[in-house]
Design a protein around this ligand. Structure first.
Ligand code: FES
Ligand code: FES
Length: 219
């Protein structure tokens, strides 16, 4: 083999090595994606059978494609086992009125109603609300888009400052007035104490809650 042949063979060997490396990487990625898809599909199948009462559950399997009752509608959504309701509402269902502040059950910005009770959606697993009624700030408006009486009272009192905490404050107020339509100011203060406001608009919010409570309309 002359110099020129040796150079050509070396180039071919290097090219073959590179091709082999590329192929291995492609194969690896394909296998990862394929095994993930298979695992997910298996969970859908077994979850479906389990839900119909026609088959056994699979140890460690969690059904991911689930139905949620949100704002009076049944929504089908793909939910990870550890996913929080705030993440599902905002990033899967597009209901961005629910805010994420601390994401650790401290500020109340993510408050929603679950079966008419106020909950921090950042600290509620989505799977735990299957079969329950979830209401977000988007679900409060009337059939013709009119504001809920509590929302209207917040507007009338010019309660918000920056507005970031407002959806959570409204949801906490709605939950209070459904349970106690004529609260004292002190009861309202306690009911909203889990909702922090960095702008310090607490008095405005209390004024709004008391205004809503003074109205004859259903809240
Ligand atoms: S974002 Fe949920 S309590 Fe702060
Ligand atoms: S109005 Fe700004 S955080 Fe409450």
């Amino acid at each position: 083999m002359n110099e020129s042949d040796r150079g050509g063979a070396a180039a071919l060997t290097a090219a073959a090595g590179e091709e082999a490396a590329r192929y291995s990487r492609r194969e690896f990625i394909k296998r990862v994606i394929a095994s993930g898809a298979v695992a997910s599909a298996a969970v859908y199948v077994y979850g479906g059978l389990q839900g119909c009462g026609r088959g056994p559950s699979v140890a460690g399997g969690v059904e991911r494609l689930i139905s949620l009752n949100v704002n009076g509608e049944v929504r089908r959504v793909d939910v990870l086992p550890q996913e929080t309701l705030a993440m599902t509402l905002r990033y899967k269902l597009g209901l961005t009125g629910t805010k994420l502040g601390c994401d650790r059950a401290e500020c109340g910005a993510c408050t929603v109603l679950i079966d008419d009770v106020a909950h921090y959606s950042c600290s509620t697993l989505t799977h735990s609300v299957r079969g329950r009624k979830v209401v977000t700030i988007e679900g409060l408006a009337g059939p013709n888009g009119e504001l809920h009486p509590v929302q209207q009272a917040f507007v009338d009192e010019l309660a918000p400052q920056c507005g970031f905490c407002t959806p959570g404050q409204v949801m906490a107020a709605v939950a209070l007035l459904r349970q106690n339509p004529r609260p004292t100011r002190e009861e309202a203060r306690i009911a909203l104490s889990g909702n922090l406001c960095r702008c310090g608009a607490y008095d405005n919010y209390l004024n709004a809650v008391m205004r809503a409570a003074a109205q004859p309309s259903e809240t």
